[in-house]
Design a protein around this ligand. Sequence first.
Ligand code: ADP
Ligand code: ZN
Ligand code: MG
Length: 496
Amino acid sequence: MMELEPVIGLEVHAQLLTRSKIFCGCSTRFGAPPNSNTCPVCLGLPGALPVLNREAVAMAVKAGLALGCHITRKSIFARKNYFYPDLPKGYQISQYDLPLAKDGKMEILTGRRLKTGQVTEYAKRSFGITRVHLEEDAGKSIHRSGEDTYVDLNRTGVPLIEIVSEPDFRSSQEAYDYLNNLRRTLLYLGICDGNMEEGSLRCDANVSVRPAGSSALGTKTEIKNLNSFRFLQKALEYEIERQGKVLREGGKVEQQTRLWDEESHKTLVMRSKEEAHDYRYFADPDLLPLVISQEWIEELKGEIPELPEKRRQRFVEQFSLAHEEALLLTQTRQFADYFETAVKTAVKTADQPRAIFNWMLGELTRHLKKDNRDITQCPVKPEHLADLICLIDQGGISGKMAKQVFDEMYETGEGPQAIISQEGLQQISDRDELESIVNRVLDSNPQQVEAYRAGKEGLLGFFMGQVMKETRGQANPQMVSQMLQGQLQSRTGKSS
Ligand code: ADP
Ligand code: ZN
Ligand code: MG
């Protein structure tokens, strides 16, 4: 059978987090009453002139720089003509011949997803970025089923960047990993909220299939509006499979625009090549060429923080974490900052970074999810989490108690020491006190002691449990375990 290879390229639209729209002063606030954030410019009234928003340009340049692009010193705005009810001007202002940024690349580790869902076999790959350009968003049509269609023009003129990749992905996982790092990069730059469900980040995927080893590109289909990572992956898998089948059966893939249908788990035809748009692009006569000085580029470069992939790599090296662990920690800049602050505070032992990782991805994330909060709204300070971990390390409290203390820290925002002394939760490590409790437990359970002697060594856990019950979980578990074994040993010896 002919071996086939998928070829994928992504076009991503990201909504920029500016306060006002790209060509007028209207607010970009989400959720305002329909058509309230509008003016003659974004309503497309005749004679109204667009004025370019400097903040939007700054954000787009940062994106270009972060993606290793060459910034075009003089870029051009163009009109992309098409009719749509929520596009009042009849054209969208975009960039075409001379985009703001081009010829970039993204280097990341990407993996291969196993049937179990686990990702493995990481390899470093480089993906080309064709271009990053600025454009304006269209409005929104709201269809009421069985009723009319309403148009809300609040979103008209909201600034977007479009990021077009080269057809460099050879699996759905590579496309997924690229989009994931792209999303993180935009988040780190603080220029997009990355919310795919709300449409702040939208992805169209172009897919073709060709004989493995061939260098010519096959005919592609474009899958529109994939509004989650899961859909991207599923739609790509489906489309690769579908096109492969067509080719293996001797057919030809038709150039089409398709949609992912979550109901049937299929991609469906939206339009074919014959219906393709001719946008009749031409330079917008209302807007001057966008000229960006080298000084401004340098200034914006200086505002770019350490980017997620670099930070992930540093975490792996500096804290001996696995790739996946570092990936989870660097999901947002704030999450990674929390981790680093905690690590700095904790007295250094080799495995404290891992302990902090475990707490952050375990208890901390569990609490935050339950309350629908993000890390910036976490009541537990990173310094306090570090203190808690040090207390566990030094035997000040048991792991079990630590969870209780953590719950309290999360409720009150107080540090672990304060809670431990208020609640009397200190670990009991006093030898005499523990000795007498251990003896009491053994004395009052003669049958179990008998059974232990007869070889049921699993009963050690039962005795441990009894001691913990007596001490409300505060007994030092290592000490109790040693004492129990010693006592049971000597009692056995006594009677035989
Ligand atoms: P179009 O003219 O249809 O808009 P472009 O050449 O502008 O196509 O490319 C759009 C996107 O599709 C880019 O991300 C590009 O990498 C990708 N692409 C182009 N050709 C192919 C192909 N044969 N297979 C897969 N992806 C492709
Ligand atoms: Zn406006
Ligand atoms: Mg194109």
